[in-house]
Design a protein. Sequence first.
Length: 298
Amino acid sequence: MGIETLRQMLAEATDRLKDAGIETARYDARLLFAEACGTSPRDIDKALLMGDGFEASDRQLADFRSMMDRRASREPLQYIVGHVPFRYLDLQVGPGVFIPRQETEVVVQAGIDWLTREGLYAPKVVDLCAGSGAIGLSIVTEVRGAEVWAVEKYPETLAWTKRNAKLVAGNDPAAGYNYHLQAGDATDTTTLAALDGSVDLVVTNPPYVPISQPPQQPEVRDYDPQAALYGGSADGTLIPERIVRRSAALLRKGGALVLEHDITQADRMLTYALSNGFSQARTGLDYTSRPRYLFAIK
């Protein structure tokens, strides 16, 4: 494929995605073409910069067109390529699992920073509402010696958690040995009951979207599992509040909870934590300085 043909094809693909209302059209078009060709966007950009040609088979071009059709219909980019980067991991995702977001990386970091400050080198950590496994798998791979228990309720989602746990264990057997996945309701008092009063840290991204404020992006509204989105009440705090209570029971005295929430829920979650088993609480900010998570000490 000549360089001008490549430029024109990518320009047309970008325009098509722009017309579909996708703000990251240029990035998405290049990433999809790179995925179809089994290479990286960096190699595509290098070819364009150097003015070199680029080899793409008929099959690869057909795959690219198919991917473009899916993206233009607003299917999430991550579902199309089948994976998403999260901190130091590359997690598999697809229909039935919530796509990890960058703001959750901040939540994980808050938990890891606390473990470091406390000098806990073999902590007990719980990840409630595990989803893809992003939180727990990040902690068990980054905090050497940590033992992580993860809980996921929904079978279709649990299949993705297991898949990612297996991948991590294959690359890092020690981390895999220290990661324990359990099927169950994270809000149920019987879930992980044997750990009650002994856990050092709970880090969780529960469903919290207010039912009264459905997401506007089709990629979120139409593809992310509804059970992973909505917090069970008009203001979205019903499930997070249940998670706060369950976390208070799991944690030892002095243990910490890091709970992601909607930017509208900060004050309510602070008040609720302080009224339900926690002695200290503050709100943490995300990358854009929005109130994103509850940090509470039992």
